[in-house]
Design a protein around this ligand. Structure first.
Ligand code: GDP
Ligand code: MN
Length: 397
């Protein structure tokens, strides 16, 4: 789960990290008052969307102006004008995809004088099963680009969970970043704050790009992108409360309400499968036969008829779906339950695209019987490759 920059900065402020004073606004009329509460003489007006690259992004609407989603203003009035131009408009960045994202919140910040822009991140390194620090002198840039062209400018190391964060970790980062004097002390303290926040809140990403050295020579957080482990959110009601559902894929949101593991993809074949491994295999075999999956969907081991119906509805609501493949291996999940769910769903939402069903395992005969007797136009398949071949053929001809 991701949160907005202003929410991440509020968390950082609570933990004692240096961030600028700022105000979030939801309506253009609030912008002038909000900006007036900040000192100036520089204001930064920032679009709040769950995507990076806002500064270099552009708006779809021409009345939003030529500048990107991060704008500097020299007066309260100017800040209010920029906020008004961005609110409600659609910002496209290299992370939003071509459709962009609607800007519903603006963060107005007291502007900082910048002397250096650095990069800092914490993430879970799955290879070592540890929390890793990543830092670079090349802040404010696309870190993937830095990693590709000048990998020597990136330092990365993991922290032993038995010792946790230690001051030497912070000094190692300070040395790599070329910090001097009081900045080294500030860095050691700040990295400790980041590590504590990361582990306290079960985060999976904490990215500060840029971390700056101000014109006065102090370290400060200028941007913050936080991600939290969805499986641990139940332990953090304070973080769950920060969820902004308007930033999420509506189909994924609906699926999460029914406890379905669903990820929207770009292809044309909708898949309903039980078990993550079988779902991956199904996606692979669809590709093997020359088509692309429209989604990953694992209905889980103990799915009910209602859950299956819901899953089916989510798949059919995707206009990209030109065919559906149901692939179920009945173990804990019984094939007749799936068959009932599929039929109930088709009766409710209708079926406008070809449907291939492959059932195997517990109560398979009963399941096949239910489908055959339903009078629905369902193509039966005997095994996985037969099923994939049939659905691709039905869609592509
Ligand atoms: P992003 O483009 O989504 O990553 O948004 P950032 O918050 O990182 O802002 C983009 C860029 O705007 C930064 O790299 C800075 O160069 C600039 N910027 C952001 N805040 C300030 C500020 O307070 N003062 C100045 N001078 N520049 C800023
Ligand atoms: Mn940034």
């Amino acid at each position: 789960m991701n949160i907005h920059e202003y929410q991440a900065k509020a968390l950082l402020r609570d933990y004692g990290a240096p961030v600028s004073d700022g105000r979030v606004v939801l309506r253009a009329e609030e912008a002038k008052t909000a900006a007036g509460e900040l000192d100036g003489p520089l204001w930064v007006v920032k679009a709040q969307i769950h995507a990076g690259g806002r500064g270099k992004g552009s708006f779809k609407e021409t009345d939003a102006g030529e500048k990107g989603g991060v704008r500097l203003a020299k007066s309260v009035e100017e800040a209010a004008i920029e906020a008004k131009k961005m609110l409600g408009r659609t910002l496209v960045t290299h992370q939003t995809g071509p459709d962009g994202k609607q800007v519903n919140r603006i963060y107005i910040e007291d502007g900082s004088g910048i002397s250096r822009e650095l990069y800092l991140a914490l993430l879970v390194d799955r290879a070592t099963s540890r929390v890793s620090f990543v830092c670079s002198t090349e802040g404010g840039m696309d870190i993937e680009e830095v990693a590709a062209s000048t990998p020597d400018k990136i330092l990365s190391f993991s922290v032993d969970p038995a010792t946790g964060y230690q001051p030497f970790h912070g000094r190692r980062i300070a040395f790599m970043l070329g910090l001097e004097g009081q900045q080294v002390k500030q860095c050691v303290k700040l990295m400790g704050i980041f590590y504590k926040l990361f582990t306290d809140k079960d985060m999976d990403m904490l990215e500060i790009n840029p971390l700056i050295v101000t014109d006065k020579g102090d370290l400060k957080v200028l941007d913050a992108k936080f991600g939290f482990d969805g499986n641990a959110i139940y332990r953090h009601p304070d973080i769950a409360a920060l969820r902004d559902e308007t930033e999420e894929d509506p189909k994924e949101l609906e699926a999460s309400k029914f406890d379905l593991n669903y990820i929207a993809l770009d292809g044309e074949i909708g898949c309903m499968v039980n078990g993550a491994g079988l779902a991956m295999a199904t996606m692979d075999i669809i590709k093997l036969y020359g088509a692309e999956p429209a989604n990953f969907l694992d209905v889980g081991g103990g799915a009910t008829k209602e859950k299956v119906t819901e899953a089916f509805k989510i798949i059919t609501s995707d206009p990209n779906v030109k065919g559906i493949l149901v692939n179920i291996f009945g173990g804990i999940m019984r094939c007749d339950i799936i068959a009932d769910g599929v039929i109930a769903a088709v009766k409710e939402v209708g079926l406008k695209v070809p449907l291939v069903v492959r059932l195997e395992g517990t109560n398979v005969d009963k399941g096949k019987e239910i489908i055959a007797g339903s009078g629905l136009n369902v193509i039966a398949a005997d095994d996985l490759s037969d099923a994939a071949e049939k659905i691709v053929k039905a869609v592509k001809g």
